[in-house]
Ligand binder design. Structure first.
Ligand code: AMP
Ligand code: ZN
Ligand code: FE
Ligand code: FE
Length: 283
């Protein structure tokens, strides 16, 4: 059976593999296709495309947009968009600007708590990619302020924690519209992260996103158990959404997540790629 991975990160955002390393790894572990979906940037796509062409593996161009939403943590995946589209470029610039404003805010909050990290240190860690909280967490580990990245998030960086600063400025509707205007396919990423308290609540959110033009939902995901995957598959069927799946591989930044396999039992059928391609006719 052909398998794929439609959600991965590189050094263009907060992953630890370069686009080239990631695509070669995808080939090595036997994936038939891989999507590169960096946070709020498409800077890794060119290198990924070139490597994929040379290595003989299918690359699905993607992005993962940070969304401003009242509940949990919403991310919107986009696939096959025209990355040169002016509206799309404009949105990336806006979201990247919001990130650039937020990082010093977080550092200032940490400084008040006696934790000293500089923008220079983050820039070294990020190797020129989009800087986010995972880089700040890594710097905190390296300097001995916390024992692990998850401790950094729990104590300081997660929403509501002492050094949290909000970032996203993009509404779900805007993200969906801009992706579709750029001939891309908007897909709701990892629905578990919305932290909905009932199936009904998730159903309502997905219904509203569908009304706004959502075309897919990430059902297979490293942190989705069997029951939650079924709930997502049910919603995909109910709202005629493309079923996708991904590991959210970040390399060393999330060492417990394996490319294509998540925590070990993830299987993402290549059918997901076929479905995405079929959907391109309806953007
Ligand atoms: P940012 O883009 O700066 O908002 O950071 C989002 C990234 O932080 C995502 O890639 C998540 O995987 C990661 N992240 C969010 N919460 C946690 C957590 N509790 N532990 C480790 N990583 C996290
Ligand atoms: Zn990430
Ligand atoms: Fe995400
Ligand atoms: Fe991700």
């Amino acid at each position: 059976m052909k398998i794929c991975d439609l959600h991965t990160h590189t050094t263009a955002s907060d992953g630890s593999d370069t686009p080239e390393q990631l695509v070669l790894k995808a080939k090595k572990v036997g994936l038939s296709a891989i999507a590169v979906t960096d946070h709020d940037t498409v800077c890794g796509l060119e290198e990924a495309k070139k490597t994929a062409r040379d290595a003989g593996i299918e690359l699905v161009p993607g992005v993962e947009l940070s969304i401003n939403f009242h509940k949990g943590n919403m991310h919107m995946l986009g696939y096959y968009m025209d990355t040169a589209d002016a509206g799309f470029q404009e949105i990336l610039k806006r979201v990247q600007g919001a990130r650039a404003e937020r990082n010093p805010q977080i550092l200032a909050l940490l400084d008040n708590l006696g934790i000293s990290i500089s923008m220079d240190e983050l820039e070294t860690l990020s190797k020129g990619g989009q800087i986010g909280r995972p880089h700040i967490a890594r710097a905190m580990v390296e300097k001995g302020y916390v024992k692990s990245v998850s401790e950094a998030f729990d104590k300081y960086l997660k929403r509501g924690a002492r050094a949290y600063a909000p970032k996203s400025i993009l509404s779900p509707e805007e993200a969906i519209q801009v992706l579709r205007d750029a001939k891309g396919i908007p897909v709701l990423a990892h629905p578990f992260s919305l932290l909905t308290s009932s199936e009904k609540e998730l159903d309502t959110i997905v219904f509203e996103l569908k009304e706004a033009g959502l075309m897919g939902i990430e059902c297979y995901y490293s942190e989705h158990d069997r029951a939650f995957t079924s709930v997502c598959l049910g919603l995909a069927q109910k709202y005629q959404l493309v079923v996708t799946g991904g590991s959210d591989y970040h390399g060393k930044a999330k060492p417990h997540i394996m490319l294509g396999r998540g925590r070990g039992n993830l299987v993402i059928p290549y059918d997901c790629v076929e479905a995405l391609k079929a959907a391109r006719a309806h953007v």
